[in-house]
Design a protein around this ligand. Structure first.
Ligand code: 5GP
Ligand code: MN
Length: 357
């Protein structure tokens, strides 16, 4: 049985909000991932089937690797269709905020949303949500926002509107946010929800392969290079660090999403239980962290990298040079493991390599 974990008064308030409007906008965090795209597109699809004018507006583009998710092409992308995004938002009568907990996670879209005099509904599973929302459905213990969208639809009695298209979207988010059913999916209800999704006859294997196991040749080569040449291990502290400079990314024709799962790879090594990946961006260093067990990387990202996230999957931004970001990582090691001499095990590799051969 799938327990109705959302307070029924919240569900009834949500029903009243939806019934009272026609035009609904749905948004998610910048650099949308499988859960952000899956949850917004599934909800949008169901709302359209209910006769609403629902539109997904994202702060920026979906990575090419996720363009297979049904409905991605209908998204109004702020960085690409700024005027359309402005029009949709200015005409919206209700706004859904999915898969983020703080308005700054939607980048410049925040400026557009701030002056709007419409109700905001949060559906999210990140820790410590802001209280900027009129209705908040926040469950950090949930596997994904897609799981929560399913639960909302179930408790509203709307599952009959969850067709194959919406179910495929939810499947992608529940799969990608659990690392392909590896973590954050201990709750047996997760699989009961999955059973309901599978009954919609989704093309599960194709979705799995596209989401979890499809990389361009450049992306595979970049990941191989990163692991072979750039992975530093700190066994005494159970840590791994991979840093890729812009020059290195360009050498492998980097596209957004190409390094999406790289940060997980060092966790395959016994006794490495937390992993940090730093990628040099135009104006900052993007930091990604993963961990196993009760070692929380969301605290590290919040304290040292202007970010946050979940206990086992978090991220943030570092404003400074690569060397300064690496120094910040060593600061983390020194603070968390004051008694350990923080030398790495493997041979140190430079951030730039010679063009030998
Ligand atoms: P990823 O490493 O895949 O970029 O992000 C993993 C998780 O960390 C995301 O689901 C999100 O919860 C969180 N996260 C990533 N980047 C940031 C950030 O800049 N700020 C905050 N608050 N959370 C982030
Ligand atoms: Mn998520």
């Amino acid at each position: 049985m799938i327990n109705p974990i959302i307070d029924q008064t919240v569900i009834e308030r949500l029903r009243a909000l939806i019934n009272g409007v026609q035009r609904i906008a749905i948004t998610c965090h910048k650099s949308p991932d499988g859960d952000a795209l899956g949850s917004t597109l599934a909800l949008c699809h169901v709302l359209r089937r209910l006769g609403k004018d629902a539109v997904v507006v994202t702060p920026d583009m979906a990575p090419r690797a996720l363009e297979f998710i049904p409905g991605v092409r209908d998204i109004v992308v702020f960085t690409k269709h700024e005027q359309r995004a402005r029009n949709v938002l200015s005409q919206a009568q209700l706004l859904f905020c999915l898969d983020f907990n703080a308005i700054k996670r939607i980048d410049r879209l925040a400026e557009l949303i701030e002056p709007l005099n419409i109700k905001r509904v949060l559906i999210d599973h990140h820790l410590d949500p802001e209280d900027d929302f009129d209705l908040s459905i926040s469950f950090p213990e949930a596997s994904s926002t897609c799981e929560l969208v399913f639960r909302v639809l179930m408790q509203m009695g709307l599952l009959r509107f969850m067709d194959r298209h919406a179910a495929s979207c939810l499947y992608v988010g529940m799969m990608t946010d659990t690392g392909g059913f590896a973590y954050s999916c201990d709750n047996p209800e997760f699989y009961e929800i999955m059973a309901s999704i599978l009954r919609r006859r989704i093309d599960r294997i194709t979705l799995y392969n596209k989401a979890m196991n499809t990389f361009s040749a450049d992306s595979l080569r970049l990941q191989g290079y990163a692991i072979s040449e750039k992975m530093q291990l700190f066994p005494e502290q159970g840590a791994s660090l991979i840093v890729l400079s812009k020059e290195e990314l360009e050498r492998f024709n980097y596209n957004r999403g190409d390094t999406e799962t790289l940060v997980n790879k060092p966790l395959a090594i016994p006794n490495i239980y937390w992993s940090v990946f730093m990628r040099e961006d135009d104006d900052k260093i993007k930091v990604s962290c993963r961990s196993q067990g009760d070692f929380s990387v969301s605290d590290i990202c919040a304290r040292y990298f202007n970010g946050g996230g979940h206990e086992n999957a978090a991220g943030g931004d570092f404003f400074g040079s690569i060397d300064e970001a690496v120094a910040r990582f060593h600061q983390v090691l020194a603070d968390l493991f004051p008694d350990v001499n923080s030398t790495e095990q493997s041979t140190q590799h430079n951030t730039t390599i010679d063009n030998h051969e």
